[in-house]
Design a protein. Structure first.
Length: 348
C-alpha cells in the first residue's frame, strides 16, 4: 500500500487518535504511571481473591488471641499468683472452699486448652485479632470486598447517570423536565442521609451496599453527561447523521456517546474512591457488609475495642491498605483526567 502524500509530495503526517494521544500523555506522567501500577496490583489481589486463590481461609483461627506482629515477638506470659493450697490424701477443703471439688475438673480443661493452643502461632506477620485470625489475611479479604463494592457501585451509578443524562440532554422537553425534577429531589437531600435511609430498607450485604451507593451517586454523572449531550446534539456531525436518516438511538449511542466516553471514564474513576469511603463508613456503623464478610470498615470497627487494650495492629493494617489504594486511585484518576483533556490534543 502506497503512503499518503501531502500536496507538496511529502508523506502526510497522520494525527493520533484520542486514545493514542491520551496514552502518550499518561506515559509521560510518572506519578500517574506509578499510581496505575499500584491500582493494577490491587485489582490483581481482588481477582485472585474472587477465584479463591488468596485470603480464602481468613476466618481460620491460626494464632493465639491478639497475637502480636512477628517483629514484636511473642507476648510475655503473665504469671498469676495463687494462694497455696494444702494437699494430701486426707485433706478436705470443701468446708472452707466450696469450689474445691471443681479444681480437678478445671485443671483438666486448662490442660486440654493448653494442648489445643500449642498448635496455634504465638505471632503472625501483621498480628492477630481477638480470636486469633490473621490480620494480614483479613486485610487482603477486606481489600477484595471494599474494592469490589466500590467498582460495582461506580459501574451501576455510571450506567444510570449516563442513560438518564443522555435522555435529558438529547430529547429535552417534558422528559428533560421530569428528569431534572428527579435530579433536584435527590440532590436536595444530603448523601449520608439518603445512604442511611436506603441501608435501613435494603439491609446489609455486599450487593445491598453496592445498590445503595449507586442509587445515591448517579446524580453527578447525570449532570455531566446531560451537559455534554446538550452541547454535542447540535453539532454538525450529529446534524449530518440526522440528515442521512440515522435514528435517535443511533445518534445518541453511536455518534455522541463515543465522543464523550472520556468524560464518563474519568467521572466513574472518581466515583470509585468516594464509594469505597462510604462503604467503610457504613460497615463501621454496622450497616454495611454482613457479619460473615469482612471489609476495611468492619476491621476498623473491631479495632476500636482492641485499641483500648493496646492491640493496634488491626487498625494499622486496615488503615494502611485503605490509604495506599485510595491515594493511588485518586492520583491515577487525576492523571487520567489530564491525559484525556481535549484541550491538550492540539499540543501533540
Amino acid at each position: 500500500m502506497s503512503a499518503v502524500l501531502s500536496p507538496a509530495g511529502l508523506p502526510a503526517r497522520q494525527s493520533m487518535g484520542v486514545w493514542q494521544a491520551a496514552w502518550k500523555r499518561l506515559r509521560a506522567d510518572r506519578v500517574g504511571m506509578v499510581s496505575m501500577v499500584v491500582v493494577a496490583a490491587f485489582a490483581l489481589l481482588v481477582l485472585l481473591g474472587s477465584v479463591g486463590l488468596l485470603a480464602r481461609g481468613w476466618q481460620k483461627e491460626v494464632g493465639v488471641p491478639n497475637a502480636p506482629p512477628t517483629f514484636m515477638g511473642p507476648a510475655a506470659a503473665v504469671e498469676q499468683s495463687a494462694i497455696p493450697v494444702p494437699k494430701g490424701p486426707n485433706v478436705d477443703l470443701s468446708a472452707v472452699d466450696p469450689l474445691a471439688p471443681r479444681y480437678k475438673e478445671w485443671d483438666e480443661r486448662a490442660a486440654k486448652f493448653k494442648t489445643e493452643d500449642s498448635v496455634k502461632r504465638e505471632t503472625l506477620p501483621f498480628g492477630g485479632d481477638r480470636i486469633g485470625r490473621d490480620v494480614l489475611t483479613k486485610a487482603l479479604k477486606g481489600t477484595q470486598t471494599s474494592v469490589f463494592v466500590g467498582l460495582l457501585a461506580a459501574i451501576v451509578a455510571s450506567v444510570i447517570g449516563t442513560l438518564l443524562g443522555a435522555l435529558a440532554g438529547f430529547f429535552g422537553g417534558r422528559m428533560g423536565d421530569f428528569l431534572e425534577w428527579l435530579y433536584s429531589v435527590f440532590t436536595s437531600i444530603p448523601d449520608i442521609l439518603l445512604i442511611l435511609s436506603f441501608a435501613v430498607i435494603f439491609g446489609r450485604g455486599i450487593g445491598s451496599v453496592a445498590i445503595i451507593l449507586a442509587l445515591v451517586g448517579w446524580t453527578g454523572m447525570y449532570r455531566q453527561v446531560r451537559a455534554e449531550f446538550l452541547k454535542h446534539s447540535v453539532r454538525e456531525y450529529v446534524r449530518s447523521a440526522e440528515a442521512i436518516g440515522a435514528s435517535a438511538a443511533s445518534r445518541m449511542f453511536r455518534h455522541i456517546l463515543p465522543n464523550i466516553s472520556h468524560v464518563i471514564l474519568v467521572r466513574m474513576s472518581l466515583l470509585v474512591v468516594g464509594f469505597i469511603k462510604f462503604e467503610v463508613i457504613l460497615s463501621y456503623l454496622g450497616l454495611g457488609v454482613g457479619v460473615d464478610d469482612v471489609s476495611w470498615g468492619t476491621m476498623l470497627a473491631e479495632a476500636q475495642s482492641e485499641l483500648i487494650l493496646g492491640y493496634w495492629w488491626q487498625l494499622v493494617a486496615a488503615t494502611a491498605f485503605m490509604a495506599v489504594f485510595v491515594t493511588a486511585f485518586s492520583l491515577f484518576a487525576d492523571a487520567l483526567r489530564d491525559a484525556l483533556d481535549p484541550k491538550l490534543r492540539g499540543l501533540e
